[in-house]
Ligand binder design. Structure first.
Ligand code: SF4
Length: 362
């Protein structure tokens, strides 16, 4: 399995190194190793994040991106594969072995309200990680809480308020303050702005960018909105049905999306330029995301891919750097000359969907 290539050079090992990660559940939702009725939420994902780097993980709901984030944050035990944090393998550590390492990785969730204890004041919520890890006491703890609240743009007077007294944007700022007060090496942001109004989204994204530059943490940023993920990421990995199907730098992905699924995601994202927007062909994918309980054979995207060929049904494409270093794609039709032009095929009417096209090839 190809690791998502590093972009920023660095002297030491990557902050996060995930190799061949799989997380499977029973159909009833419990984690399990093997057996029947297995939901393959994540299946063979490899990625790396360097010091101070932001990796965006993008995909539809059900693609497995949040499961990757939870496994990396130690909230789920992987079925197989390994996760290394700062060069230390953490996958098989016990709870007590994992406890001191928890200050190195923190996660923020989509819904800031449900992730904050309604019975705790804002000051107590932000102070909790300091207390748990015995980092500071008394006035020094108060000072660090006030300093962190200021960093996320909240007045110190809010420390005595409760989550229900704050707006959605303020609550997400509290979530950021709690996650960053211990200055973790890795910050996992799981759809942190999806539940917020657009104007508040922009403010939180700007804040996160400023904090990342100031504090230098590495970040796994998970989202379904390409424009949001693009704003903050150095590199982006695209997930489909539990696997990474494309990964490269932010710039390269936006200039040269290769995988047909990535091309479809881009075609659905609005362009700021109206004439360009009018001239663009929208690649509409047929059907819903298949069930991870019974993923399609071969390329898991073949049931929705507008340019699928017969081989796609039986052969699973490997994630490889076909078009050049630093750009990994999993598609049989991407070669050294580039990707299939899915929009052109759709516009020309030569892209039947799934069975039509596959039968034409047969
Ligand atoms: Fe998958 Fe085939 Fe479509 Fe490539 S062309 S994305 S291998 S179905």
């Amino acid at each position: 399995m190809t690791s998502v290539p590093q972009v920023r050079s660095q002297a030491g090992p990557p902050v996060l190194d995930v190799t061949d990660l799989s997380v499977h559940f029973s159909a009833g939702g419990r984690l399990l190793g093997r057996g029947r009725d297995v939901v393959r939420a994540v299946d063979g994902v490899s990625l790396r994040i360097g010091q101070g780097e932001v990796l965006g993980l993008v995909g539809e709901s059900g693609s497995g991106k949040s499961t990757v984030g939870r496994a990396v944050a130690g909230l789920l035990r992987p079925t197989s594969g390994s996760i290394s944090l700062g060069g230390r393998e953490i996958t098989r550590l016990s709870r007590s072995q994992m406890r001191p390492l928890r200050r190195d990785v923190h996660i923020v969730f989509q819904d800031p309200y449900s992730s904050l204890n309604p019975r705790m004041s804002i000051g107590a919520i932000v102070a909790e990680p300091l207390r748990q890890h015995g980092v500071a006491r008394g006035r020094e703890r108060d000072r660090q809480v006030d300093s962190m609240l200021a960093k996320v743009g909240l007045r110190a007077q809010l420390r005595d308020r409760y989550p229900h007294e704050l707006s959605g944007g303020q609550r997400q700022r509290v979530g950021l303050a709690r996650a960053l007060v211990l200055r973790p090496r890795l910050f996992v942001a799981d759809e942190p702005v999806s539940a917020l109004d657009v104007s508040v989204q922009a403010a939180i994204l700007n804040l996160l960018t400023d904090l990342q530059e100031e504090m230098g943490f590495s970040c796994l940023f998970i989202g379904h909105d390409l424009s949001v993920v693009e704003f903050i990421s150095d590199r982006i990995a695209v997930m489909y049905l539990g696997k990474i199907v494309e990964a490269t730098t932010r710039l390269r992905l936006f200039e040269q999306p290769q995988h047909p699924y990535t091309q479809a995601l881009f075609s659905a994202a609005p362009l700021p330029d109206p004439p360009l927007q009018r001239g663009r062909v929208r690649i509409v994918l047929s059907g819903d995301l298949p069930s991870p309980l019974d993923p399609p054979s071969g390329c898991s995207f073949h049931t929705r891919c507008p340019v699928a060929v017969e081989r796609c049904r039986s052969d699973e494409p490997a994630l490889t750097e076909v078009t050049g270093p630093g750009h990994a794609v999993a598609c049989h039709l991407v070669d050294e000359h580039g990707p299939p032009d899915v929009a052109a095929a759709v516009a020309a009417g030569t892209a039947g969907t799934k069975e039509d096209r596959v039968h034409d090839q047969a």
